[in-house]
Design a protein around this ligand. Structure first.
Ligand SMILES: *Cc1c(COP(=O)(O)O)cnc(C)c1O
Length: 379
């Protein structure tokens, strides 16, 4: 149990999880790729409008699959936003990739598309776009540059399931995209993820990479008569028990998203005047981006006020947390060539961002408490 009256996040159950898990167990198929896995992948394919979705053990592993599928090798360069999750980059560095850190836009905190042309070089082999909070990166500009320079784009869409950019679902822009079903994400099975494959040329190998480098999937479909080692791969299939849990959550996706949306909109509406008077910014969501209400954040004037607000909320039993530390300045990032001052917007905003509790189990009284707690804070 969280020591906080209002934790930052709490898993919201739909009530069906245990029933479906019992069904999976009774069926006697608890390894990967059973009935629940099939249902989850088909639902995701249909809802996203993506040709193929494979469930994976987590989003990190889906990102590792991307690095394998793009045949990335030591010395290849990949462009990432520095304001990102560790494994967004680490999954590629595992293959020997040299990360090139890009700064972010100050409004959406996404990869700044205007900087890309200056970062692309002869060894650039991919661009990884992370949709922060599920608010889309400027995909038109990113894809135009990528097409011109013939560089594949991968979307880390861990935050952005069911969100869209100009009416098209996130996760369907890159040749590959990844999803997370970690406990902290909108739809969860504890630990889980998915790889979205938009480029048909990568589909056959994606199955192989996910099945330990074997052609087991083709064997089961009767397309080959031997099941054997054919390529690099690893073991990236989640158990049916997790897929059963995930199915319960996916079935309830509309009510989960609607509840999150109501909380997010209350925060935005009821904190607007306090923010205006306090020199605090609230999230900026461009009109052409439909968001999934994954994160609600405040941008405080400086690190000192953020630290004080965290303490102030803690004293009221509320846990609010900051987010990514700039990766180019992390211990590993510095070893890989990161330099202070390299991504000034990331360096500035990462000190000032504070996320408020956001999960469907928050009661109206909890939300009142958070809002009143913030409003009572003198910046
Ligand atoms: C959560 C997260 C991941 C990692 O997800 P796992 O499923 O825990 O591996 C990767 N990228 C981003 C942006 C995330 O938020």
């Amino acid at each position: 149990m969280s020591p906080y009256r209002i934790p930052f996040n709490r898993v919201t159950l739909t009530g069906k999880e245990q029933t479906y898990i019992a069904t999976a167990v009774e069926r006697g198929h608890i390894s990967g790729d059973g009935e629940f896995t099939r249902r989850c992948s088909e639902l995701l394919e249909r809802e996203l409008g993506a040709p193929r979705v494979l469930l994976t053990t987590n989003c990190t592993h889906a990102l590792e699959m991307c690095a394998l599928l793009l045949d990335l090798r030591p010395g290849d360069e990949v462009i990432f936003p520095s304001f990102a999750f560790v494994t967004t980059v680490n999954a590629f560095v595992l293959r020997g990739v040299k990360p090139v850190f890009a700064d972010i836009r100050p409004d959406t905190l996404n990869l700044d598309e205007d900087l890309l042309a200056g970062l692309v070089g002869p060894r650039t082999r991919a661009i990884v776009a992370l949709h922060y909070g599920g608010v889309a990166c400027e995909m038109d500009a990113i894809l135009a540059l990528a097409r011109e320079r013939r560089i594949p784009v991968v979307e880390d869409n861990a935050h952005g399931l069911f969100a869209s950019y100009k009416g098209k679902k996130l996760g369907t822009f890159g040749c590959l995209a990844t999803q997370s079903f970690h406990e902290t994400k909108n739809i969860t099975c504890g630990e889980g993820g998915a790889l979205v494959i938009n480029d048909p040329a990568l589909m056959a190998r994606a199955e192989i990479v996910r099945e330990k480098g074997t052609n087991r999937a083709r064997f089961f479909r009767g397309q080959v008569d031997k099941y054997t080692w054919v390529d690099l791969g690893s073991s990236y299939l989640p158990s049916e028990i997790l897929a059963a849990f995930l199915w319960a959550q996916l079935e309830a996706r509309e009510s989960i998203q609607a509840t999150r949306g109501n909380i997010w909109q209350r925060y935005e509406r009821e904190l607007a005047s306090w923010a205006g008077q306090s020199g605090v910014s609230l999230p900026s969501v461009p009109a052409h981006c439909q968001q999934p209400y994954h994160v609600f954040y405040l941008l405080l004037p400086n690190l000192e006020t953020r630290t004080r607000l965290i303490e102030h909320l803690k004293s009221r039993g509320i846990l609010a947390v900051f987010h990514y530390l700039p990766l180019h300045l992390s211990e590993m990032g510095l070893r890989l060539g990161g330099k202070p001052g390299q991504c000034p917007v990331t360096e500035d905003l990462s000190d000032r961002l504070l996320r408020l509790p956001l999960f469907p189990g928050l009661t109206d009284a909890d939300i009142d408490d958070v809002i009143e707690g913030v409003q009572a804070f003198k910046v």
